[in-house]
Design a binder for this molecule. Sequence first.
Ligand SMILES: Nc1nc2c(ncn2[C@@H]2O[C@H](COP(=O)(O)OP(=O)(O)OP(=O)(O)O)[C@@H](O)[C@H]2O)c(=O)[nH]1
Ligand SMILES: [Zn+2]
Length: 211
Amino acid sequence: METVHATAAVRTRVTIPLTFPDGYATTAEAVTFRGLADGQEHLALVLGHPAPGTAPLVRLHSECLTGDVFGSARCDCGPQLREAVERISERGGVLLYLRQEGRGIGLYNKLDAYALQDGGLDTYEANAALGLPEDGRDYTAAAQMLEALGTGAFELLTNNPDKARQLRDLGADVTATVPTGVFATDSNVRYLSAKVERTGHTIALAGLAAA
Ligand SMILES: Nc1nc2c(ncn2[C@@H]2O[C@H](COP(=O)(O)OP(=O)(O)OP(=O)(O)O)[C@@H](O)[C@H]2O)c(=O)[nH]1
Ligand SMILES: [Zn+2]
């Protein structure tokens, strides 16, 4: 499919050994870029090596400071990130760490939205009540990064149909989606349910109710 965005270029590639608190360890090639559409410092981690004839696995992870760094149980971002690193390392592929905190509204606005959720609004209603988009994420930079890396056809690790839809519209060759794990807790079950009901995430609601 034809590319419908400007091209970006690799700026730097550097090796980073990754170690997780549970003992899991792997090695990433961290890649930075020039010319990304939104001017943000998005990062690619190239992990593992796909076997010949096997499509790489790609994950678009949106930044979540509270979940990724501090282990917040209000969402499932931390466990999803940990899972993605291991699954992509095993299969071979790319993890894009996208600076799209709070589905694109930023950290302070996300915490304002959390405060509204504590008053009864769901995760999307809270963004709207702040006069902000329910999901402001645009994946043009992600498509540019994959193209600059020469990724070619790939499978996308996600439960979010909008990610695959946007990438395909941007000319990326998404051959299949692979579901991420569901990491339900008492604290995030309402958040996960809203994603299923409002934006069609492919998460089994029955599994959530039982969680
Ligand atoms: N505004 C807002 N953002 C949130 C909330 N909870 C989590 N986020 C953000 O949502 C994003 C989560 O992104 P992803 O892990 O890509 O999740 P997803 O879009 O549901 O898609 P998949 O995990 O791929 O299925 C991160 O940027 C979080 O900071 C919330 O209650 N409000
Ligand atoms: Zn999160």
